[in-house]
Design a protein around this ligand. Structure first.
Ligand code: XMP
Length: 512
């Protein structure tokens, strides 16, 4: 395995993904607990991430000495390069022009780091982001690559197998970066690339059997990819000891609940309880228009309904959750300040303590794309795995100003037509998330010979990688015209359609 020491870079997770893509297991650990992790994991190689600090500042983070004493190969990126240089007796200075963004590295000498990828005497694009720079390399190091503003762009000690780069090989803006990371783990560290989803599946099934024994597990199944894959894996491990509960809040898309129930019951023969709690949810939400209040009501009711059902079953020893690795990685914090709650996300937190259950979280080691690969491995259809994300509070947060059954039905129809047009145009997989929003605004229109006074529907479509930032999707206007015409013609209650051209930030993807 590979230990990735996190110094707080925004892109540390990408190092982990690239290493996993190379078929090698790795863990990302904050620098404060790197020493403990080193002893626990017994890695075969270590990577230092970038980070926002300056090695010139007092108390700035360092790598634990044990890493240097171990004789293992090290790849040190950006801030990692600077701390490595400092710790081994080199020099770092501040106050140089900040190099930020694209740069070209010229290769001066061959190295196993870019063997088969980069040639001596040529230049290659990389992505830099730093303020300080190394000015004197530690003993035994030599420069094998330079860029205009970074004389130590790639600086290595081949004998010790220490490789340092001032640029970030893990980001897509360094087009050959993944190959460099793959060379580091395979050629330099000699680690076999045998981390695959079929191996993971077998290992996870064993681990679940061991954890659960002959006891009972319950799982909240929403139809999302994570909870579905977690449920299937546990089902494979312990079969009928698993019961899934689908809390149907009546806020799902058209046919969604029924489709999920059919697939899991018929295709996988999973024990699934479908609870129609729509009256309770819609009843309590009626007359509520504040977004946070809506979210809180839904979160609370979800737990109450789930708990009631679990009690009817006589309880369980374990609660299964589709927690992913990015939720588990401890983030490195320098400021220590509280972060602002933009929206209270909906999950089943708090339940395990209340019901005295332990957690089964078979996806804790996986990134999202690995969960999809595992889902395919478990036989889930591509159409299911490739579905756009759907928020826990469902259509309630796409009806600003309060919901009614009637409004939900109008929204559901418009949304179904919009997605149908997206699929017909072959755009579904190009868009990260698309949906309709029903605005609490009525406007005047004319249809046939008559005046209409109906709701406005807003269409949203975004591109994104992780939902943290997003751009609006640039449709061809003809497409928008077609979708709008169909919605206005086919949905009673809507006489006007608008398109949302807000990116995130400053907007969010959902409207509430
Ligand atoms: P925002 O609106 O915050 O959404 O830009 C980012 C992504 O998260 C989804 N989202 C949620 N997902 N529970 C979820 O599981 C929630 O409460 C929730 N709220 C927003 C949203 O659909 C988008 O993909």
């Amino acid at each position: 395995s590979v230990l990735i020491i996190d110094f707080g870079s925004q892109v540390t997770q990408l190092i982990g993904r690239r290493v996993r893509e190379a078929g090698v297991y790795c863990e990302i650990v904050p620098f404060q607990s790197a020493e403990e992790a080193f002893h626990r994991m017994k890695p075969k190689a270590v990577i230092f991430s970038g980070g926002p600090a300056s090695v010139l500042d007092q108390g700035s983070p360092r790598a634990p000495q044990v890493v240097f004493d171990s004789g293992l190969p090290i790849l040190a990126i950006c801030y990692g390069q600077q701390t490595l240089a400092t710790q081994l007796g080199g020099k770092v200075e501040g106050g140089h022009a900040r190099e930020f963004g694209r740069a070209d590295v010229e290769i001066l000498k061959a190295s196993p780091l870019f063997e088969g990828v980069w040639e001596v005497g040529r230049k290659y694009p990389v992505w830099m982001s730093h303020g300080d720079r190394v000015t004197v390399a530690p003993d035994g190091f030599e420069i094998v690559g330079v860029s205009e503003n970074a004389p130590f762009a790639i600086c290595v000690n081949e004998e010790k197998r220490y490789y340092t780069t001032m640029f970030h090989p893990e980001v897509v803006h360094t087009p050959d970066g993944a190959k460099l990371l793959s060379n580091f783990v395979h050629k330099i560290a000699g680690i076999a690339g045998d981390w695959s989803m079929s191996a993971y599946r077998a290992r996870a099934v064993e681990a679940i059997r061991e954890q659960v024994g002959d006891r009972r597990v319950i799982c909240a199944l929403s139809g999302g990819v994570d909870s579905s894959v977690a449920a299937l894996l546990i089902h494979e491990a312990v079969g009928a000891q698993l019961t899934c509960i689908l809390v149907d809040h009546g806020l799902m898309r058209r046919h969604e609940a029924a489709d999920v129930v059919a697939m899991f019951r018929e295709h996988y023969n999973l024990h699934l309880i479908h609870v129609d709690a729509s009256d309770r949810f819609i009843g309590e939400l009626t007359g509520v228009s504040d977004p946070e209040t809506k979210r809180k009501i839904i979160g609370r009711l979800f737990i109450e309904v789930f708990e009631d059902e679990a009690k009817k079953l006589g309880g369980a020893d374990f609660l299964a959750q589709g927690t992913l690795y990015p939720d588990v990685i401890e983030s490195v914090s320098f400021t220590g300040g509280p972060s602002v709650t933009i929206k209270s996300h909906h999950n089943v937190g708090g339940l395990p303590e209340r019901m005295n259950m332990k957690l089964v979280e078979p996806l804790r080691e996986l990134f999202k794309d690995e969960v999809r690969a595992l889902g395919r491995e478990l036989g889930l259809p591509d159409s299911f795995i490739g579905r756009h994300p759907f928020p826990g509070p469902g259509l309630a947060i796409r009806c600003p100003g309060g919901i009614t059954r009637e409004k939900l039905e109008i929204l559901r129809e418009a949304d179904a037509i919009y997605l149908d047009e997206i699929r017909k145009a072959g755009l579904y997989d190009k868009i990260w998330q698309a949906f309709a929003v029903l605005l609490p605004v009525q406007t005047v229109g004319v249809m046939g010979d008559g005046r209409t006074y109906e709701f406005v529907c807003a269409l949203r479509a975004v591109t994104s990688v992780d939902g943290m930032t997003a751009d609006f999707y640039h449709y061809d206007m003809n497409f928008l015209g077609r979708a709008a015409t169909r919605i206005i013609n086919e949905v009673r209650g809507i006489n006007r359609v608008v398109y949302d051209v807000t990116s995130k930030p400053p907007g969010t993807i959902e409207w509430e």
